[in-house]
Design a protein around this ligand. Sequence first.
Ligand code: FMN
Length: 397
Amino acid sequence: MDPLQNKRIIVGITGSIAAYKAGELVRELKRGGAEVKVVMTEAAQEFVSPLTFQVLSGNPVYTNLFGPEGRWDPEHISLAQWGELVLVAPATADIISKLSLGLAGDLLTALTLASQATIIVCPAMNSGMWENPILQSNSKRLMELGFHFVGPGYGELASGKIGKGRFAQIEEIIGKIKEVLYPKRNLLGKKVVVTAGRTEEDLDPVRVLTNRSSGRMGYSLAQVANWRGGEVTLISGPSILPPPFGVNLQRVRTTQEMREKVKDTFREGDILVMAAAVADFKPQSLHQKKLSRGELSLKLEPTPDILKEMGEIKGDKILVGFALETGNSLDRAKRKLEEKNLDLIVLNDPTQEGAGFEVESNVVTLIWRDGRTEPLPKLPKLEVAERIWDRIAEILK
Ligand SMILES: Cc1cc2nc3c(=O)[nH]c(=O)nc-3n(C[C@H](O)[C@H](O)[C@H](O)COP(=O)(O)O)c2cc1C
């Protein structure tokens, strides 16, 4: 499950020129399934209208410590209790210093002070402000008190000067939030390669030989590996799926292209999971002109066996393969595991109820080197990916 799913997040926006970037941040949080409530300081509203965040968050925007009359519970307390995470982004020099002193003169500072939740601060300001020893000391104090900081980055600032003070990349901020919210960070520091989808083999200028793989299983594996802290490269055949967030997506089409990319990437990688439905054969010759109705026989030849090649060079890296067998042939999958020198093989039968290419779920059996087998029930592909990464984490240990 996405670590953001159903999480209650307060986004505090302050008076920085980077305030407009918080819109993208709120969208990403919502995309991951979080519930978001936005609190804006008075200065923040000089830069962006609360209406923008009302629409993006799907909730009213909170701006006032002294809320509407007739409310018995003060807004800063109810918000503080509601939020599982407080994200101050962008954070001005002003708010950082106020937080470090425990001031509570407006809604955002008061609720942050009252909150028991994890607090993440993303500074954005002129480099002179950031480097000022007063601000450095105030930031250090917050860090010592358990506040998390993301950024600021180095680069071109709003003033046109180059320096440290830039609002962090959205991806970096989301990565930090997931790190804080997701307990299973067992791929931290690992370079992970996942293949997904189908490959295509050209027959003539308009036709290809391929299969019905959508890429869902591989995309789910890549996404979960990213949530667990892995540095993930996803090598994907043609697929209409949106790229998983935070993953380096490399697109390929033919088996040969996939082979080259996998070889290049696995050289530097620690773990390779080959979930792609790679074509086993291709036309012996490529017809330069479109075949006519009369020519109905095809000569085929095998494509390179990428999994086997990677098994030969893997050393002590981890290699996981998929066996797609109609009829769920356990023996064939076990043979494949041995022949290709895999650490784990995932057997699935796309003709089985609840499994297969175009559906969201899968039914798989995991098979280890020592012969152990573990049939999993029908599960959503994301959940299957979670289980596979749990098992890989055991091998890593
Ligand atoms: C055009 C403009 C841009 C500003 N950009 C920043 C900024 O990027 N970072 C910052 O710390 N302050 C910036 N400030 C100053 C803050 O808006 C000011 O300190 C304000 O009081 C912050 O209030 P707040 O922390 O309650 O939002 C800017 C001011 C102006 C007029």
